[in-house]
Design a binder for this molecule. Sequence first.
Ligand code: GLU
Length: 492
Amino acid sequence: NMKKTITRFAPSPTGYIHIGNVRSAIYPYLIARQNHGTFILRIEDTDQARYVEGATELIEDTLNWLGLEWDEGPIVGGPNAPYFQTERKAHYLEWAKKLILAGRAYIDPTPSDQIDQYRAADQANKVPYLYRNHRPTTATKTPAENLAMLDLGHPIRFKTIPKDYQWHDEVMGDLKTGPEVCDDIILIKKDGLPTYNFAHIIDDTEMGVTHIARGVEYLSSMPNYLALYEALNIDRPLFLSLPHILAPTGNKKLGKRDGAKSVTEYRDDGILPEAMLNYLACLGWNDGTEQEIYDKDELISAFSIDRIQNSGARFDEVKIYWYNGQWIRKIATEQGTEALYARTADFWPTSANSEPDEYKIQVLSIIYDRLKTLSDLKTMTDYFFVDPIINLDLIKDNKFLKKLSESELISLLTLTIERLNDVSDWSEQNLQNELNELLQKSGKKPAEFFSLIRLAVSFAPFSPALHQTLSVLGQNRVLARLNAVRTALANS
Ligand code: GLU
């Protein structure tokens, strides 16, 4: 079968893109790219009540950020335009008319309070609520009579023929259901817009979609979808039901309240798109090896549908940050610190604003391997740009330094200042030698001597290796800070 692979991501523009939504974009994207096929972005905006202004742009930004470019859809257009369902009303009506003509759909004039009564009565009688048990008389009228009622503002319903269904789900395996789940679902609502149930089938058919990858929550509606494929005489595509992403604890689906931020919040927090793509692709899929780090091209070649897990994968934020740390190091070592620096513009402390790029690149080059997220730069690098506030308690209460007397601290600083004052080669390497010699002379333990110097120049809980920190800070800054601390100690 040489049919071109066509997949799609079909989000509803409801304003918040969570982790699970995005994973439903990644798998179809990978399938399309792997098979040199087409990846479509389609905006399912038929639910006017849930529509949020700007949500489509948010979806586009998120896909662009992750590098999931679409071949057809908003902005880029394509042979199946338009890609907004609200602009495709004529298509749905045409297909609904075919069903009416075939005697498989009817206009339903039943008022909604009447429908509420049916539901309540079934509940009271403890029988499953199925609309097909409450068909209006229009369901038995001729196609011509139904077509004549098209403009009256009533919904159009499918006229089901209850039966067994069997089908294969690429993730869940062979499935079957009985006639009890087949119902007269609404195809087009009274506002003229289609339901998801109907619209996605029409769009997927017209757009030639070969693989439908979507959340497992749609599985229970499959019999009604299969009935529609049958009644419309169209071939079924392949179905991939993607298991839920589970909350960090418990056995429930990940929701807004479980601490998972929206994708944009992770971006704003300094998560790299490569890391997010890598994490999400591997959340519920693995290639059977120990490999954990994949770039996009590696994912495209390694991905396979039959290794998508059929049970829910647990969301783990710690793992996102782990992947991000790996990716920060990978970019710095493979592409260079400057390539990493190009990604950091939004993440420096304000104290760095007027600093030259070269200096910030130096800072980045000695600190990147400690970053879990780019916004760690905000909290971890301030002392490179402004003199830290002297807080002698940090020295006096330090676990290595609290045994030393004030005069010992002062003479250690004096020793260091005198020596560093004479250093003419301020390179990392030379500073490493100087520090080692100073350590010898001081007669102190490494933890004591190095902790004092580190605190005196940074007053930060940790810093990169001391010789690197001093080298980047520069001789003037280092000597000024050591002097200021010595003075403060002497005056305390
Ligand atoms: N519009 C649906 C959603 O946002 C898409 C389901 C599908 O991919 O068919 O959940």
